[in-house]
Write a protein of this length. Structure first.
Length: 87
């Protein structure tokens, strides 16, 4: 499946970013330690950029497996941010 529009997440402090990276690793998604880059796992590929100054995380899925759609991915990301203390 082709990619999705960029998802911008708010309230992503250093603590929230660290929590999100730990959760990603827990489910088998390798996320490098820096604030930007790309990650691929489970048939999905994404590019991301975290801005500590703005407290935002931008995620662009460039590829998704057929079993999930862009809306579901966005909901899951937003739920993860809230679970980690962001907005």
């Amino acid at each position: 499946m082709p990619g999705c529009p960029t998802i911008t997440l708010q309230g992503v402090t250093q603590t929230v970013w660290d929590c999100l990276k730990a959760e990603a690793r827990r489910i088998g998604v390798p996320v490098p330690g820096n604030g930007s880059g790309s990650a691929s796992a489970h048939g999905a590929s994404a590019e991301y950029r975290w801005s500590e100054a703005a407290g935002t995380l931008e995620v662009t899925f460039t590829e998704l497996p057929q079993w999930i759609d862009c809306g579901s991915v966005e909901r899951r990301l937003r739920e993860a941010v809230r679970a980690c203390g962001g907005r």
